[in-house]
Design a protein around this ligand. Structure first.
Ligand code: SAM
Ligand code: SF4
Length: 343
């Protein structure tokens, strides 16, 4: 039975072994991050440029029908975990009905969402009803002024209400906090306290060079790993899924875990099982590439499922071995933002 399907168990149609997407390094591709919009109701400094954002015109964004077709096709090839992201997914009207349609695809085993929590609170009952397998809530600080400074919006209250609503409904929750150059130890300790009190994973994320305007390396600071070890000397590694981007740690007396996501150090490429689709329908087989297949172009010029499958298989068969190799081979003319990539 699929992880989030309720009612009578039904056998899953399983992709034949030969059809499963596996890259040229033997890594099975089982996870899709689907960015359904580049629009957002926040303007996080590490994600959106100060000088404003040029959102792509609506017609350039894949329709829900196009997105669903791609998910059906990819899940038939073994991509069984789907994460809806953006931009802010709930900023796109129709996000929830779309998620319900994906939930009903038998080969989609787990459906997740990454959200900033501003508008998510009022959808929590529906998310619970559709059997959401995980909510990743982005929350970099618990201080109102600091939140305003980071996101350029005064909406911490809404995000905290979403947090509370997730806890009350026992929804599977992870919190993502980007650690910035000026994030203090006190802020890290305050956020970590959430996982002392609640059975959630509090994940600290290395800032990556995607902000729409700054593609340079972040200022050298103490590696986040060392900082967390110094702040939580009792933390002990927890064995997680091999493809997990987060390294998890248990701390005595904590209900949940602390996580470390070293995106910039690229420590998890060897087991990477992910592909991404951007809001404009570019397939990315690595966060650091420029998009390797124009799915929108193919969809809109009448490609059939076989054409699409073969094209996807072809690009997956020539992935770079890791993000450093990808970056070295992909020069960029335009600085990307996480909102246009799907974080
Ligand atoms: N708007 C939603 C949100 O904020 O959760 C989903 C999209 S957002 C691009 C996904 C994740 O990317 C968020 O957790 C955000 O903190 C992270 N992110 C954005 N820019 C980043 C950067 N430069 N470095 C590291 N993480 C970043
Ligand atoms: Fe919006 Fe998420 Fe980017 Fe913040 S990180 S600006 S919430 S897309």
């Amino acid at each position: 039975m699929t992880a989030h399907h309720r009612g009578t168990p039904i056998p899953d149609p399983k992709p034949r072994q030969s059809q499963r997407l596996t890259d040229n390094h033997g890594r099975p591709i089982t996870y899709l991050r689907l960015a359904i919009t580049d629009r957002c109701n926040l303007r996080c400094r590490y994600c959106m440029p100060t000088g404003g954002v040029d959102f792509v015109p609506h017609a350039e964004v894949l329709s829900f029908e196009e997105l669903e077709r791609l998910v059906r096709l990819l899940s038939a090839l073994g991509v069984s975990k789907i994460r809806i992201t953006g931009g802010e997914p709930f900023a796109r009207r129709g996000c929830l009905p779309f998620m319900r349609r994906l939930r009903d695809i038998a080969t989609v085993r787990s459906l997740h969402v990454t959200t900033n929590g501003v508008e998510t609170g009022r959808h929590l009952d529906e998310l619970a009803e559709l059997g959401i397998a995980g909510i990743n809530l982005s929350l970099d600080t618990l201080d109102r002024d600091r939140f305003k400074q980071i996101t350029r919006r005064d909406q911490l209250q809404e995000v905290l209400a979403t947090f509370k609503g997730c806890i009350e409904r026992s929804l599977p929750l992870k919190i993502n906090a980007v650690v910035l150059e000026d994030t203090t130890d006190k802020e890290i300790l305050t956020l970590a306290d959430l996982s002392r009190l609640h059975p959630l994973s509090m994940r600290f994320i290395e800032k990556m060079p995607f902000s729409g305007e700054n593609c340079g390396r972040p200022r050298t600071t103490i590696p986040l790993r060392e900082r967390l070890h110094a702040l939580f000397p009792a933390m002990m590694p927890v064995v997680g899924a091999p493809s997990s981007t987060a390294r998890l740690f248990a701390i005595p007396g904590f209900a949940g875990t602390i996580g470390l996501i070293e995106g910039n150090s690229r420590r998890f490429c060897a087991t990477c099982n992910k592909i991404r689709i951007t809001p404009t329908g570019m397939l990315k087989t690595c966060l650091y590439d420029n998009g390797v297949l124009d799915l929108k172009g193919m969809l809109r010029s009448g490609a059939n499922d076989r054409d699409l499958t073969e094209a996807v298989q072809a690009v997956v068969a020539c992935r770079y071995s890791d993000g450093l190799e990808t970056e070295a081979n992909c020069t960029r003319s335009i600085a990307p933002t996480m909102a246009s990539i799907g974080g």
